[in-house]
Design a protein around this ligand. Structure first.
Ligand code: ZN
Length: 187
């Protein structure tokens, strides 16, 4: 099953990053949740990324089997944004693999997208696999993230992200209270 190959590749990446491994131990309660697939136009854009990126070959192979999500509506973020981003919850309360211990996402935003101010109760860490997005926050300095670097958000921290010149491809984790909730735009 190719989703299992994606999970294994993600586990290896997780173990290889001290920041991600420190943020949350790899879940011990994973069970296949048999979530029906949902298509997403941004999947077509994954082939524009450099082929050797971590998780990318496994993600492309598994893409038709995954429930691709977009949290927002066109009224909130515009149709162009919706057409050029998407993410999967690989494991978590509503993930392809169920877990109540930790929530893991693989996400993609194309170049030139502005993800406005938003927040969520759960604590979060991003691990950049490709791109140099600008991360904004109301409570910590902004930063351009480089591949291999992480960005942490505390519970309810208002944050935003601009992809600028390059697509942004990442692995992200949530932990703590609010694990099964969604982010919401704050402006
Ligand atoms: Zn966030």
């Amino acid at each position: 099953m190719s989703v299992l190959a994606l999970l294994k590749a993600t586990r290896a990446l997780h173990a290889a990053s001290p920041e991600m491994a420190d943020f949350g131990a790899w879940p011990t309660d994973l069970t296949w949740a048999d979530v029906p697939p949902v298509r997403c136009p941004a999947v077509e854009l994954l082939s524009k990324l450099p082929a050797g990126l971590p998780l990318l070959p496994e993600l492309i192979a598994a893409a038709p089997l995954l429930e691709w999500r977009r949290t927002y509506t066109a009224d909130e973020v515009g149709q162009d944004f919706l057409d050029r981003y998407g993410y999967v919850e690989l494991f978590g309360p509503r993930g392809a693999f169920h877990s109540t211990q930790l929530r893991g996402y693989i996400a993609f935003w194309d170049a030139g997208l502005d993800y406005g101010w938003h927040n969520h109760r759960a604590e979060e860490i991003y691990f950049a696999l490709h791109g140099t997005p600008l991360f904004l926050s109301k409570t910590q300095p902004e930063a351009r993230l480089k591949p291999g670097q992480t960005r942490h958000h505390t519970p309810w921290e208002e944050h935003g992200m601009q992809t600028l010149e390059t697509p942004f491809f990442c692995y992200a984790l949530w932990r703590g209270d609010g694990l099964d909730a969604l982010p919401r735009l704050t402006q």
